[in-house]
Design a protein around this ligand. Structure first.
Ligand code: APR
Ligand code: PHB
Length: 394
């Protein structure tokens, strides 16, 4: 098999990249190790930045998002029984976010790819990327297994969109690699519940017992998260224990109440900050979780992946049109400027709202002082609103 761009992974990064290249008249092949159901059902992100929603619309993949996505103009910060709403448009010159799960983004992109895009092979596991340093004409190739048979995909470029546990990153020699990493002593227990959300916008709660987040998937389905110690098994928590703990952490000084309902999904997500530099080696490029991980607090993961693939598609289109590799050569630096700002924002929101198991009384007071500052300073509030609604693409 031969193609211009070999894409490993059919998550948001790989699927959107295939769509962007298709629209630019550049052929690609997507190799995805899991089956379609797995990709379409895997519960992960839920917030699209303004820029991400704009890219999906421009790529012709935003029609259902327009119909079913929920535009949100703010979030609520809740701490010490207080409630403070952050007004995005007022602080960012009109930007908002869209609540539309990455499962739905993937479904929309898969349908488009199967209808009018290039080959999208499910249950096709990439085994290795070889020849990334090769020159044009002797481009990289992806060895993969599909239907029990080993095959090779010859490419001009390979983009590793294969997430944190993928293989593409391993093809970049250690001697040119720098990794920056931090793990957190807690994770998120996430639940889906068949109950209308108890607030019309997301609620981020800082509590002495730990962090809690009220999000949603639709007007009828709530998505809620609880900070839990690292290594927690979701099975350790009964539904009642989850609702009881959420109720404690969302406590307010007014009559607000948390509606309960049947929990239909339960899972624990570990917390990590991770950046792999560089994001390019020869004709191999990394995009999305294959290159970087953020703690989910700032809802940046999917949106960073979008920024990477928009940057790559723009750079390759430029090279095809002008013969200049200038933007491809700048790919890693361009993406990393935005990646590091999102890492900083996600780290700030995570340390602002989560209570580490060894938190001291001084650190508790620091968190409350930071929250009071955001609630009383337009400058501090604007920094949060700008980070949450998204940093400009490179
Ligand atoms: N061969 C083929 N496919 C692979 C391989 C492999 N060796 N290894 C992993 N994959 C696939 C996974 O099955 C998955 O479908 O690559 C895909 C990677 O998708 P994600 O992990 O979702 O990563 P990405 O597309 O970068 O999305 C980034 O979107 O899902 C949200 O918030 C989440 O931060 C995440 C963001
Ligand atoms: C989600 O709805 O899954 C979600 C929302 C906001 C976050 C993280 C996850 O910060």
């Amino acid at each position: 098999m031969r193609t211009t761009v070999g894409i490993i992974g059919a998550g948001p990064a790989g699927l959107l990249l295939a769509r962007l290249l298709h629209n630019a008249g550049i052929d690609s092949v997507v190799l995805e190790s899991r089956d379609r159901d797995y990709v379409e059902q895997r519960q992960r992100a839920g917030i699209l930045e303004q820029g991400t929603a704009d890219v999906l619309r421009a790529a012709g993949a935003g029609e259902r998002m327009e119909r079913e996505g929920l535009r949100h103009d703010g979030i609520e910060l809740r701490f010490a029984k207080k409630r403070h709403r952050v007004d995005f448009p007022a602080l960012t010159g009109g930007r908002s976010v869209t609540v539309y799960a990455q499962t739905e983004v993937c479904k929309d992109l898969i349908a488009l790819q199967l209808k009018e895009g290039g080959p999208l092979l499910f249950e096709a596991e990439a085994l290795a990327v070889e020849g990334a340093e090769g020159e044009a004409g002797d481009g990289p190739r992806v060895r993969f297994r599909h239907g029990g048979v080993e095959d090779v995909l010859e490419c001009e470029y390979v983009v590793g969109c294969d997430g944190f546990w993928g293989v593409a990153r391993q093809a970049i020699p250690e001697e040119v690699t720098r990794v920056f990493e931090r793990t957190y002593p807690f994770g998120w227990l996430g639940v889906l519940a068949d109950v209308p959300p108890s607030h019309d916008e997301l609620v981020y709660a800082r509590h002495d017992r730990g962090f809690a987040l009220l999000s949603m998937r639709s007007p009828a389905v709530s998505r809620l998260y609880l900070q839990v110690p690292e290594g927690t098994d979701a099975g350790e928590w009964s539904d009642d224990e989850i609702w009881d703990e959420l109720e404690r952490r969302f406590e307010t000084g007014d009559e607000w109440t948390l509606e309960r309902g049947p929990i239909t999904q339960k899972s624990v997500t570990p917390m990590r900050s991770y950046v792999h530099e560089p994001m390019r080696h020869g004709r191999l490029f990394l995009a999305g979780d294959a290159a970087h991980i953020v703690p989910p607090t700032g809802a940046k993961g999917l949106n960073l992946a979008v920024g990477d693939v928009v940057t790559f598609a723009r750079a390759l289109t430029y090279e095809k049109e002008t013969g200049s590799a200038e933007l491809l050569d700048a790919y890693s630096a361009t993406c990393l400027r935005r990646v590091w700002q999102a890492e900083r924002f996600s780290y700030d929101m995570t340390t602002l709202l989560h209570r580490a198991p060894d938190a001291t009384p001084f650190e508790d007071r620091m968190q409350l002082a930071r929250l009071e500052r955001i609630a009383s300073s337009r400058a501090a509030e604007t920094d949060l609103a700008e980070g949450y609604t998204g940093f400009p693409f490179g």
